[in-house]
Ligand binder design. Structure first.
Ligand code: C5P
Length: 313
């Protein structure tokens, strides 16, 4: 039967700086993303309506019009003036509400899959615009690899990277809602103010921070990258979920080069030297029982791409 199978990666934020929200409620960001080898697989099959079923993690996620993949299919259908439907089968590896943009990866994969299935003829640029409409992290899931995100995090500039980095991810069963973490950041006015004052006092400082990661990624040296990891949302995530302090401490005790909360959390990403080191850090972290699951991944990996296509439109 005709179908298109697209795979899109989850991400971690190597650095993330946030400024107070603008009128639209969004916080201007400067972040460097890296796509890592936890994937969302989306298979799109022709159907009369738009529908979705979810396997793997998140089988309790909504499958109605509030599902981001359903919204992606509907937005593409509207934009392309198509009357086609699709049945989406999503197999999730990326944690739900984990700060790794799993839902955004679903949306990015759905855009590519439906574009192929329906032969809409939209270019990559138009798809990227639709992606930004769907959510701040969706454009990066299309691009993958390593990239700088500005604006809401949706303005993507690819960043050169050499080598493969080995990460140990500490996942939590209970997710954190991104708006809650940003709201906590705002409530912690002092923090917000000091972050923005830093930016005003020395406009070069944040550019330098982003620039440091960019040159670290060129070095292919995890010891250099380790020194640049930073997340302005970390304190807010820790305030909402104090146990994350134990996860960061466990990563340090396990010998990770550095550890950081990814995006709005609660996933913690710990950087290792190489694959054997990552395996040993993961073992120690599992033993520490601070996470519901510990996974070893590598990055950077490609953005949303077609894995298999059977039949043509
Ligand atoms: O764009 P997305 O729907 O993924 O964003 C979810 C929520 O995260 C937004 O409604 C907003 O509360 C918060 N957010 C933000 N600033 C950003 C990105 C997200 O405040 N740059």
């Amino acid at each position: 039967m005709r179908h298109v199978h697209v795979r899109a990666p989850g991400k971690i934020n190597l650095t993330l700086r946030a400024w107070p929200p603008t009128e639209d409620g969004y916080h201007p960001l400067e972040t460097v993303f890296q796509a890592v080898s936890l994937f969302e697989d989306v298979v799109a099959r022709p159907a009369d309506e738009v529908s979705v079923e979810i396997h793997g993690r998140g089988s309790d996620l909504p499958t109605d019009g509030s599902n981001l993949a359903v919204r992606a299919a509907e937005l593409l259908r509207e934009t392309a003036g198509s009357e086609s439907g699709v049945h989406l089968t999503i197999t999730k590896q990326v944690p739900v509400a984990g700060g790794m943009a799993g839902g955004s990866a679903d949306a990015a994969a759905t855009l590519i899959a439906c574009d192929q299935l329906w032969g809409t003829g939209l270019g990559r640029e138009e798809l990227a615009e639709l992606a930004a409409e769907l959510g701040a992290d969706v454009p990066f899931a299309l691009t993958g690899m390593s990239a700088m995100g500005t604006g809401r995090g949706d303005l993507i500039s690819p960043v050169m990277s050499r080598g493969q980095y080995h990460w140990v991810l500490a996942l939590q069963k209970e997710g954190l809602a991104t708006p809650d973490v940003f709201a906590e950041l705002d409530a912690r006015k002092d923090l917000t103010r000091s972050s923005s004052e830093n930016a005003e006092d020395d406009g070069g400082a944040t550019i330098k921070a982003g620039g440091e990661v960019v040159s670290a990624l060129l070095s292919a040296d995890p010891l250099i990258l380790a020194r640049t990891l930073h997340n302005d949302l970390e304190e807010a995530a820790l305030a909402l979920r104090p146990e994350l302090g134990d996860v960061l401490a466990a990563a340090e005790r396990a010998g990770a080069l550095a550890a950081v909360v990814s995006g709005s959390g609660p996933t913690v990403a710990a950087l290792a030297l190489d694959a054997p080191h990552a395996a040993s850090v993961a073992d120690v972290m599992r033993g520490a029982e601070v996470a519901s699951e510990v996974q070893v991944v590598t990055g950077p990996v490609a953005g949303a791409r077609v894995i298999e296509q059977v039949g043509r439109h």
